[in-house]
Design a protein around this ligand. Structure first.
Ligand code: HEC
Length: 178
């Protein structure tokens, strides 16, 4: 007998979908995934120039990986983290100060994948792109370096995701120095 899926049931097959084995299909449903944090105008240079309207960076993760992190403080293989960059605006509608989010300016993914030497693959999706190849060579060098050197758990920036930071502290999975 066939049983209909329960309404509201969380899918467990919410991981990466590949074409040709390694090319990542754009996870179009990422906006219904688990929200981790929004950075506002984050820069990484000592005298980083701040534009008048800072960018927001919104981070999402597939729900089954989030549940695994809640239980263990670590990411399972095939975790998909999405970084969505949005332009900000101010003084529109009734708003008199502060910033709110408008158009999407960029979208990248970070996928835990045992098949990759560094353990994780990076992908960049231009708007409208349906699949992306894993970034390689010079293009990915600075991504790998900064994430490997400065991220608090594995190669992910848990120090900037407040709910995960508490979990990683409790599970003692923070790297030394955090
Ligand atoms: C100088 C350091 C630095 C470099 C270089 C860098 N990142 Fe990140 N990345 C961060 C920080 C800090 C965050 C935390 C979230 C934020 O910015 O709001 C982050 C978060 C992310 C996330 C969200 C999930 C996570 O891993 O924590 C993705 C996806 C991502 N970066 C992709 C990239 C890609 C692709 C590149 C290379 C084109 C790159 N990053 C280069 C510092 C860096």
């Amino acid at each position: 007998m066939l049983s209909a899926p329960l309404v509201g049931q969380q899918p467990t097959d919410d991981g990466p979908r590949f074409t040709n084995g390694l090319n990542l299909r754009f996870p179009a449903e990422y906006r219904s995934w688990t929200f981790l944090a929004s950075g506002l105008g984050m820069t990484y240079e000592p005298n980083g120039q701040q534009p008048r309207l800072p960018y927001f960076s919104n981070v999402f993760v597939n729900p089954s990986a989030y549940r695994h992190f809640e239980q263990t403080g670590a990411w399972p293989d095939k975790t998909v983290l999405v970084l969505e960059v949005r332009v900000s605006a101010s003084e529109g509608s009734i708003n008199k100060g502060g910033f709110y989010q408008v158009a999407r300016a960029g979208i990248e993914a970070h996928v835990k994948d045992q098949r990759i030497a560094s353990g994780w693959a990076f992908y960049s999706f231009a708007d409208g792109k349906d699949t992306a190849v894993p970034m390689t060579g010079e293009a990915v060098k600075r991504c790998v370096e900064c994430h490997a050197e400065h991220a608090a758990v594995d190669t992910t920036f848990v120090q900037f995701y407040p709910t995960l930071l508490d979990i990683a502290r409790a599970k003692k999975t923070l790297k030394q120095g955090f």
